[in-house]
Write a new protein. Structure first.
Length: 299
């Protein structure tokens, strides 16, 4: 039996964890066909089927489950061993793979990346924007960025970016002039809402809060999209009301192309955290990025 390629083992981990060639391809930033080729090579070298594949699902076989069980900790040990040589360099080198929400990738990380990379010319940041909750370590990432309600308890979390954020509701002046006023979140059932669909297929609900009262709305409208840019363009065109992160709407609110509504109902929440596993040995590039984040934190 020929020794399997390390890259193919990483491919197996990504596909087995996500249960999808398409999702694994998105996470790794490659074509799904290349992952399928990698799995075929690995199965041929091992002489066993590792994944059951149908048009609807991908699941590990019994042999695949056994391999997955042993492979996850082993891959972590290999990564730690390879990175140990960084301790003998003047500056750390290598790649930090991060899985982050879209809003963080678009509105929080750009300025930080622009300051961090010139300080560490030997480090590559490999950042994947993904709004689906996954096991980032099993998918091959060094760390993730999420909001505190979705971080596992066995992870170490470091604050990154603004410590308070808000969801903001707004619409174009032309829309508001042509429709009844919105005085309470319940009024939204009679309005066109611009909806966001997650990669999982779920359409987001809208949650408002005022003085301890929480109101949840299942928005409805003529547009449902995964693209925030498309949603914002529709809002500017007067096609409906948008409720999303304040960072996405800030420029439009300043210009007046969108007008705030229900401002006393906007929900406030704590900002994001970078999280990584609790382990004795941390890859030097990740350690450098974490040290940078901590150094930029305002007292």
């Amino acid at each position: 039996m020929a020794d399997p390629d390390l890259t193919d083992l990483h491919i197996f981990l990504a596909v087995a964890e996500t249960r999808s060639f398409r999702r694994a391809a998105v996470l790794r930033g490659v074509a799904a066909s290349s992952l399928s080729d990698g799995i075929r090579r690995l199965e041929a070298r091992l002489g066993v089927r590792l994944l059951n594949r149908t048009t609807r699902s991908v699941t590990p076989t019994e042999a695949g489950e056994r391999l997955l069980e042993r492979l996850v900790p082993a891959m972590g040990e290999i990564a730690s061993a390879l990175d140990a040589v960084n301790d003998y360099r003047d500056t750390p080198t290598g790649t930090v793979r991060l899985n982050v929400p879209s809003v963080v990738a678009h509105k929080i990380l750009p300025d930080m990346v622009a300051r961090f990379l010139p300080l560490h010319p030997g480090i590559t940041l490999d950042i994947v924007a993904n709004d689906t909750f996954i096991d980032v370590l099993a998918a091959g990432f060094d760390a993730g960025i999420r909001y505190d309600e979705s971080i596992e308890r066995d992870m170490i979390a470091v604050p990154i970016g603004p410590r308070r954020q808000r969801f903001v509701a707004a619409a174009a002046p032309s829309y508001l002039a042509a429709h009844p006023p919105v005085k309470h979140p319940h009024d939204l059932v009679n309005h066109a809402c611009i909806c966001h669909r997650f990669a999982s297929g779920k359409v987001s609900t809208w949650e408002f809060e005022r003085q301890g009262e929480i109101v949840r709305i299942a928005p409805e409208g003529a547009l449902i999209a995964t693209s925030t840019e498309l949603q914002l363009a529709a809002a500017r065109a007067g096609l409906g009301i948008k409720y999303t992160f304040e960072e996405y709407l800030a420029d439009d609110l300043r210009r007046g192309t969108l007008v705030p509504i229900l401002s006393d109902w906007w929900q406030s929440f704590s900002g994001p955290y970078l999280y990584y596993p609790s382990r004795t040995y941390m890859p030097a590039p990740l350690r450098a990025f974490i040290d940078f984040i901590k150094s930029e934190r305002k007292p």
